[in-house]
Design a protein around this ligand. Structure first.
Ligand SMILES: [Zn+2]
Length: 459
């Protein structure tokens, strides 16, 4: 039966391999297993199960009869600034295919060993967000003929890259510790406003300048001792670092049309709000023991408090968020409570499945309240770093990102983490744990073919 399955042609093209090594560790080799992303996109477009759900053009939703920017509603990707803007930039009659990519390191071994993988998932914004959460709407990783003998020209454009903070910095060539979306310096991340935007042109400009300086210096120091050559290299490096730009090689997005990689970076509720901002808040109020609140319907009862929790899961964070304010009453100064309440409200608002100018305005308002009252935590010496923390700063970009790429449930990292279990970990379990990556890719192909077959039978 397996032979039969293997003979069925691949929906997303054959798996290919590529060997990679990096300048700083030339002896270390990495093997990348990948498929052609265009074929993966075609597979999603050609899937009969999605045919009636595909969205072909952008639109604008308005609250009430008045069609003004102030009355806009933002929700699905087709209602956003990105799709509406790029639609005018592609040839008339063309269809935009907003490409969403997510990558995150995952440990394959549950209890021992250090086997890990870096799966990259790809999906498209033409599918409604509820459908995108299903594994079948993912492909690993144009021109299409429609009915009525007309040809639909589809333009795949990278618009969203979902990744955690270290990877966001790597992808956007941003120095670790600064913001991948704006030019605020590391020491200014605590300010109440974002800096000038980073743009692809700006980043590439700095990288080119640093590269040219390096080449000119190398020429000037040709024939000189290795010490002067090293100094010239470090001058070029300093130039890029002065602007908080990192990475000397050509980034993969350099020639992507109509894509600004800095705009592709999305809000991340799980890592930024819960595992970042909320975790810090909990640390700062840890001296205040969680009162044992009386058990209440719909609220988890932490009988022993939360001090014994070594690792808090996303769901537990949400349960603690429900009781945090009540636990602080009478233990923390009014300003501390107001600051905590503002952040909790912000985190709650950031998860709305649709937004308008009013609700986005509430998010701005809550963030201002936080900035006005956060000094309490610095004065109490619960934190010494003046809250110059990238994850706190990232909240300043949420409103613009929601307007540009849609509400945060369009690019929820929790959904992608679920795929680690369904795709990476189950694939690992199916291997003999030796030479596992080719076996994992074969397992994925077989699973995909069986799932397509099942869908065809049901149609
Ligand atoms: Zn920023």
């Amino acid at each position: 039966m397996l032979k039969c399955i293997d003979e069925i042609p691949e929906r997303c093209g054959k798996w290919r391999t590529k060997q990679l090594s990096f300048h700083d560790k030339p002896g270390e080799h990495f093997t990348v297993y990948h498929r052609d992303p265009v074929k993966a996109i075609k597979a999603l477009w050609g899937d009969p199960a999605f045919a009636e759900h595909l969205v072909y053009k952008p639109g604008k939703l308005f609250r009430g009869a008045e069609q003004t920017e102030n009355n806009r509603i933002y929700s699905e990707m087709w209602t956003t600034g990105f799709w509406n803007a790029v639609q005018h930039a592609i040839p008339f009659g063309g269809t935009v295919c907003p490409v969403i990519i997510a990558s995150d390191k995952t440990n394959l071994t549950r209890f021992s060993g250090n086997k890990s993988a870096y799966p990259v998932y790809l999906t498209i914004g033409n599918l409604p967000k509820a459908l995108r959460r299903k594994p079948s709407a993912r492909a690993w990783g144009i021109e299409m003929v429609g009915g009525d003998s007309n040809v639909r020209k589809v333009y795949p454009l990278l618009c969203t890259y979902v990744a955690d903070y270290p990877e966001q910095c790597l992808i956007t060539c941003t120095k670790y510790g600064t913001c991948p979306k704006c030019q605020r310096k590391a020491n200014d991340l605590g300010l109440a406003s974002a800096g000038d935007s980073r743009t692809v042109l700006w980043t590439l400009g700095i990288m080119k300048e640093a590269h040219d300086t390096s080449v000119a210096n190398q020429k000037a120091t040709l024939g000189q001792d290795s010490n002067s050559m090293r100094k010239s290299k470090s001058r070029a490096h300093t130039l890029a670092m002065k602007h908080n730009v990192a990475g000397g090689i050509e980034p993969f997005w350099k020639d992507f049309p109509l894509t600004d990689i800095h705009d592709c970076i999305t809000p991340d509720i799980l890592h930024q709000c819960y595992q970042g901002v909320f975790k810090h808040l909990l640390k700062w109020v840890q001296e205040i023991r969680f009162q044992v609140l009386l058990p209440t319907c719909g609220v988890r009862h932490f009988k022993k408090g939360i001090a014994d929790f070594s690792q808090v899961t996303g769901t537990e964070h949400k349960h603690i968020a429900h009781i945090l304010l009540a636990s602080l009453t009478g233990k923390v100064d009014q300003r501390g409570i107001v600051a905590c309440k503002a952040l909790l409200n912000f985190i709650h608002l950031a998860q709305y499945p649709s937004h308008d100018e009013d609700t986005l305005g509430y998010m701005d308002l809550e963030l201002n309240v936080w900035h006005k009252n956060k000094a309490y935590f610095v004065e109490q010496q619960t934190t010494k770093d003046q809250i110059n923390i990238p994850k706190f700063h990232s909240l300043l970009h949420y409103v613009n990102s929601i307007k540009w790429l849609g509400t945060t449930d369009n690019y929820n990292t929790e959904a992608f983490e679920r795929f680690h279990i369904d795709m990476a970990k189950e694939a690992w379990d199916a291997t003999n744990k030796r030479d596992h990556f080719p076996q994992m890719t074969q397992w994925l192909s077989r699973q995909e073919k069986i799932s397509v077959h099942r869908k065809m039978i049901l149609l």
